[in-house]
Design a protein around this ligand. Structure first.
Ligand code: GDP
Length: 197
């Protein structure tokens, strides 16, 4: 892995937006469970245990907030798709997350993680539609790109982008395992947290 690590440290967990500390600027990471969110946050920070890989029960349903040394905060939202009852995100997903995304004042960017090896799931599609509908600023990050054969990568990227109704160039293509484009994503995160003053 290369690049300077993202300097973040765990601050606290919350069950609702009102319990979160003040922040100048905040970015959030969201995606269905097992998408590789913990691995990616750990790769950004060059730490193995910052966000738990294969989340421990009990912490999975919490909003976990990290303080960035250069200013601002980073939030790890619970993975969606945990609930047993199938259906719309509104049913599946705790109300607190919708509340967070709609009400959290310092929130400047939501990074929506989509599994690059399997493409967007119907839940991912619903999530993106909901974010668009509610005009929540977001960027799609495709994870686990090392799992896609290089010969298939170009067509997979096109299919995934089509599935998200985006252009290939709108998506950040990463592999936490191989450290691919983690620097690029880190740059985006830092840019949102510490805009030119
Ligand atoms: P989370 O539930 O979204 O936090 O996902 P995790 O970070 O716990 O990862 C879920 C599984 O995917 C684990 O077995 C990880 O080792 C694996 N994984 C995560 N990122 C990558 C990646 O970039 N490449 C590969 N090949 N596997 C990954």
């Amino acid at each position: 892995m290369s690049g300077r690590p993202l300097q973040i440290r765990f601050l606290s967990s919350a069950t609702r937006t009102g319990q979160l500390p003040d922040s100048d600027a905040e970015v959030a990471f969201v995606g269905r469970s097992n998408v590789g969110k913990s691995s990616l946050i750990n790769a950004l920070a060059h730490q193995k245990q910052l966000a738990r890989v294969s989340n421990t029960p009990g912490r999975t349903q919490l909003i976990n907030i990290f303080e960035h040394a250069g200013g601002g905060t980073l939030v790890d939202l619970p993975g969606y798709g945990y609930a047993k009852v199938p259906g719309r995100i509104r049913k599946d997903w705790p109300e607190m997350i919708e509340g967070y995304l709609l009400e959290r004042e310092p929130l400047v960017m939501v990074f929506v993680l989509v599994d690059g090896a399997i493409g967007p799931t119907p839940l991912d599609g619903q999530m993106l539609a909901w974010l668009r509908e509610n005009e929540v600023p977001h960027t799609v990050v495709a994870t686990k790109m090392d799992k896609v054969k290089s010969s298939k990568r170009a067509s997979r990227k096109r299919d995934l982008a089509d599935g998200c109704r985006l252009d290939v160039g709108d998506i950040v293509w990463v592999s936490a395992a191989k450290g691919v484009n983690v620097d690029q994503l880190r740059g985006l995160v830092v840019g949102h947290l510490t805009p030119a003053r």
